[in-house]
Design a protein around this ligand. Structure first.
Ligand code: ADP
Length: 826
């Protein structure tokens, strides 16, 4: 895929080069038109001269009359002749004037031509923009994204056609100028026939010369314009040909690519196709299950049937698939994640990274993985491939009524994803933001219910339903209290709490909205919160799930005491099913040697790119670049109390005091905190060593990870934390507080109780300024005084394996055990 993208990229660059030549030609055409303008101005001057001549002639006529009065007969006769000649000359001048009016009319046509040219210019600019956009889209294109590519190409073709039409029109107007030559000829002939005095002859001769030179220059200009138009037309034809070739080659390449070894994207598409047919009742649930399993095992017969299906009607494809639908067995699991976030399509924080990272790792291990998400209006639609709505409406219960839901499918990062769009008047996911709405409890209880309804109606044989955080914690009680009673009970429920700070509490009766039985559940051993009379959804998920996990072993320990935010006793009761598994990072997304957001890609063995990115970020943020080795400290975070906001604030001043540079990227949902950091940003706006960027910006986050030398995570508590791992992968040494997942992934460089090969950063325990200072100062010391040791540390950090591989295996183990128990129970 990399190669095919590279070759497409080269071809597109060649094409843009062609366009540049084409634009050059238009510039020449423009210059020709400017010359034509000049000629017209000269014509105006000429007209003025004629006017003067006319005035002079009339004066001469008046003088003649006066003179005649005191003359002899012979003299009078001579004056009479002269007078007659003057009359003739007057006539000639009138004729000349008429001709000039003609020229003026031509001038108007020329203005029209000028207008046409301006139109042509703007079409060209539009075309070039569309082409550049198409080019950048091409780079993002995977071989499966031909639909979007075709659309772009069609737009380009339309633009080309309209440009060609305009060129043709301009050529027609230019042809009209040939008539001008005839007019000038006639003018010449009539001038020749005129009998005038020598003085007048001299003037007329002068005029003739002028007219001739105008005519010659006009002709030259005309010729030049014609040849430029021809060249442009030729370029358009050439461009068309190359574009068609390019499209054909791209199609061929993508087909070849599929045939070599289909990417996950391909199989995800097949599996969504099968699910769509099953939901739309075009195939039976049993056939769908068999076909789904074949797709999951990447059965070549399905691949061949699909590849040879181009141009076939859907029914024929279904029939050719059904012929192969023979039952088999699979060793992998069918896992469905129900979540409120997924990177990069709907990301607020680490949860999004986990859904795509863990999902991809589980898929790579041979499991069938699917994701169900709300269809948010604000999600990054451009990150979804082949997004389409199914021809089915899923009815789901809420507050005593049934509501329709549209079901969309698409692939994200090669994973099959269902997007649920409720047709509920509450417009639950049309809020321009993911969370923070007054009715979040309602919105997500609604979503959890539809997600389960979708699985139930699809008739899939799911092994594991994995829900995440309070937003989808409703799934666990709904599954066992509602759907198991309907016979949908083969799956096992896994619940992961990514942060016990957020538990989803509400008055007990709110639970009834999604169809849960408040009386049954509002009990201390079920869903009633441990410290107040409200309902607690995270507690419900702990009680009702078969597996409960959190995101690091240290955090799993911490939440068994006060870190559990009131749920410690519940966790102790259910400790047998509770485990901490550290998150990984998506090493495809976070890879400095392929990261498209970086100015220069780099690796542990070639660190040049790291300093180039540092220089680029400094330039981009208008920071001082006087000292290349001045250390740059980075911090990317949500600005919430959990993240140690007071220590982040302190770190800004401390870094300045130590002579370093500091870049913060973060925003806060808490207005006071946001305001406070805006104040600090203002305070430092003229300081070229400190930058506070109070926003969410994915592209910039990549640049900061790459550019920074050190990265701070001074959290009060941190369930897992991803930024310290991403920072290390980008060669930025972490300075962190020893808590939760930070304690499981960062080991102090000076701690001799830890094996040297594991030591990878600087840590502190006490959540105060002294604690933080001691760690940051040590990091600065190594950086300045032992650059070689520092470089080795950077290289070591970059080589640590933070991939999902190991953690996904742990999830797979616990899923397998739960699924085996489920099978044993039936
Ligand atoms: P949490 O999930 O508690 O927010 P994590 O460290 O687990 O923290 O994950 C945070 C993720 O969000 C990381 O991928 C980080 O790069 C990203 N992130 C946080 N804030 C921003 C921001 N302002 N702009 C871009 N990415 C951000």
């Amino acid at each position: 895929m990399m190669n095919s993208n590279r070759s497409l990229e080269m071809k597109m660059a060649y094409q843009i080069f062609n366009w540049k030549i084409w634009l050059e030609r238009y510039k020449t055409l423009r210059r020709a038109l400017e010359r034509a303008d000049k000629i017209l101005k000269e014509k105006e001057a000429l007209q003025q001269e004629i006017n003067i001549l006319e005035i002079k002639l009339s004066e001469t006529g008046a003088q003649s009359e006066l003179s005649t009065k005191g003359m002899s007969d012979a003299e009078a006769l001579e004056f009479d002749v002269l007078k007659e000649e003057n009359m003739l000359l007057k006539d000639d001048i009138t004729f000349l004037k008429a001709k000039l009016i003609d020229i003026t009319e031509k001038e108007e046509s020329l203005f029209k031509l000028e207008k046409e040219r301006a139109l042509l210019d703007s079409s060209l600019r539009e075309l070039e923009c569309a082409f550049i956009a198409a080019h950048s889209d091409m780079l993002k294109l995977g071989p499966m994204q031909h639909d979007a590519w075709w659309e772009k190409v069609e737009n380009l073709e339309e633009l080309l056609e309209s440009t060609a039409n305009q060129v043709e029109h301009a050529a027609l107007i230019l042809d009209g100028y040939h008539a001008f030559q005839d007019k000038v000829d006639k003018l010449e002939a009539s001038l020749g026939a005129t009998n005038i005095s020598e003085f007048c002859l001299y003037l007329v001769d002068l005029l003739k010369k002028r007219v001739k030179s105008i005519e010659e220059r006009f002709q030259a200009c005309n010729r030049e314009m014609h040849s430029q138009i021809e060249l442009c037309e030729h370029s358009i034809v050439e461009f068309h040909d190359t574009l068609s070739k390019l499209i054909k080659e791209s199609e061929k390449k993508s087909m070849e690519h599929y045939q070599e070894g289909m990417p996950s994207e391909f199989w995800s598409r097949i599996s969504l196709l099968i699910d769509g047919w099953s939901l739309e009742k075009k195939i039976s649930n049993d056939d769908a299950n068999i076909l789904r399993e074949m797709a999951w095992k990447r059965d070549n017969r399905l691949r061949e049937a699909y590849l040879s299906s181009r141009g076939m009607a859907e029914r024929e494809l279904i029939d050719s698939f059904l012929k192969m639908a023979l039952p088999g067995t699979s060793s992998g699991l069918h896992i469905v994640h129900i979540a409120a976030e997924m990177a990069p399509v709907a990301k607020v924080g680490g949860l999004a990274d986990v859904i795509s990272g863990l999902g991809k790792a589980l898929q790579k291990k041979g499991n069938l993985v699917e994701i169900i998400l709300p269809k948010y209006d604000c999600m990054q639609h451009n990150q979804i491939n082949n997004l389409k709505v199914l021809d089915v409406v899923v009815q789901s219960y809420f507050e005593g009524n049934m509501f329709a839901n549209k079901i969309w499918t698409g692939t994200v990062e090669g994973l099959p994803v269902y997007f649920i769009e409720p047709q509920h008047p509450g417009k639950f996911f049309w809020r321009a933001q993911y969370y923070g709405e007054h009715d979040d409890f309602k919105r997500f209880s609604y979503f959890s219910r539809v997600a389960l309804e979708l699985l139930y109606q699809s008739g899939k044989k799911v092994d594991i339903i994995h829900c995440h955080d309070w937003q989808t914690a409703f799934v666990a009680p709904l599954y066992w209290d509602v759907y198991a009673n309907l016979g949908f009970s083969l799956a096992r429920i896994c619940f992961t709490c990514h942060n016990f700070e957020y538990q989803g509490t509400a008055p007990a009766q709110d639970l009834a909205c999604c169809g849960l039985d408040v009386e049954r559940l509002d009990r201390p051993d079920r869903m009633r919160d441990n410290s107040h009379g409200r309902i607690n959804v995270v507690k419900g998920a702990i009680v009702y799930s078969n597996i409960v996990t959190t995101v690091s072993p240290t955090y799993a320990q911490e939440v068994r005491s006060e870190g559990g935010r009131g749920l410690q006793d519940t966790l102790k009761i259910h400790s047998k099913k509770f485990v901490g598994i550290i998150n990984g990072i998506d090493t495809d997304t976070w890879n400095p040697s392929t990261d498209r957001f970086l100015k220069v890609q780099y690796s542990a063995n070639d660190l040049y790119g790291k300093s180039a990115n540092k220089a680029a970020l400094r330039k981009q943020l208008k920071m001082s670049s006087a000292n290349a080795s001045q250390p740059l400290v980075g911090c990317i975070t949500r600005l919430v109390p959990q993240k140690g906001v007071h220590l982040i604030r302190h770190a800004i001043y401390k870094t300045a005091e130590l002579g370093g540079q500091f870049v913060l990227l973060g925003s806060s949902p808490v207005p006071n905190i946001q305001r406070e950091f805006e104040g600090i940003a203002d305070q430092f706006q003229n300081n070229s060593n400190i930058r506070l960027l109070l926003k969410y910006d994915d592209a910039l986050s990549h640049m900061i990870f790459a550019a920074s030398d050190m990265f701070i995570v001074p959290s009060m508590f941190e369930p897992c934390g991803l930024t310290q791992m991403i920072a290390m992968r980008y060669g930025s040494v972490p300075v962190v507080r020893r808590t939760g997942g930070l304690n499981d992934s960062v080991f102090d460089f000076d701690d001799e109780t830890i094996p040297m090969e594991l030591r990878n950063g600087f840590t502190f325990l006490k959540a105060d300024e002294q604690g933080f200072d001691s760690a940051l100062e040590r990091a600065f010391n190594y950086y300045h005084r032992k650059p070689e040791v520092w470089k080795q540390l950077v290289q070591k950090d970059m080589k640590i394996d933070f991939s999902w591989d190991t953690s996904a295996s742990q999830y797979e183990d616990i899923y397998q055990r739960a699924a085996a128990q489920a099978r044993a129970a039936t």
